[in-house]
Design a protein around this ligand. Structure first.
Ligand SMILES: [Zn+2]
Length: 171
């Protein structure tokens, strides 16, 4: 696996797009040749794995979806009133407090925050995706900066989260 060539530019986006036909194609939409949805195990559910190698700072894919007016489980907020609903690619990005992907919401590029190897699960920081998350949740990702309880940018932990954090601090 580690002997895979380093992919750069648009040449890796061969094969069928992960996005359905009704979403207009662009040069860097993720394809089934380059990414796979796979059972990540345990409570993580299904995740997205890279089949290619990406250098830190490079574009991993350009994301897309359908614009909606409210946050949901599969949305990324792109303005105060607009959310990108992406149940084809972003849906399968796992949460991490120090993930390997960063979403540039001005260009809709998913960028590598570190070197990514074939077989790596791809993740983003859900706390950075929405002002208010449709579903807050506990995190034990192991990162030094792990928040323990994940909530949106403009909200605080809900009652369940406050209780969880209090138990965690006490115990
Ligand atoms: Zn965490």
């Amino acid at each position: 696996m580690t002997s895979a060539p380093i992919h750069t530019g648009a040449s890796i986006y061969t094969g069928a797009s992960i996005y359905p036909e009704f979403i207009p194609a662009t040069d860097a939409h993720p394809t089934h040749d380059t990414f796979e949805v796979i059972e990540a195990g345990g409570a993580r559910g299904r995740g997205l794995r890279s089949k290619a190698r990406f250098a830190a700072g490079s574009r991993v894919a350009r994301i897309s979806g359908v614009l909606v007016s409210a946050s949901g489980l599969d949305t990324i907020q792109i303005s105060p009133t607009l959310h990108l609903h992406d149940r084809w690619f972003c849906r399968y990005l796992l949460h991490g407090c120090e993930p390997n992907l960063l979403l540039d919401l001005a260009t809709l590029d998913a960028l590598a925050r570190c070197d990514i190897a074939p077989g790596d699960y791809l993740g983003i920081d859900y706390a950075a995706t929405e002002d208010r998350l449709a579903h807050q949740f506990a995190c034990a990702c192991g990162a030094g900066t792990c928040l323990g309880w994940i909530h949106g940018r403009k909200e605080t932990p809900n009652a369940e989260g406050r209780a969880y954090l209090a138990r965690r601090a006490g115990g």
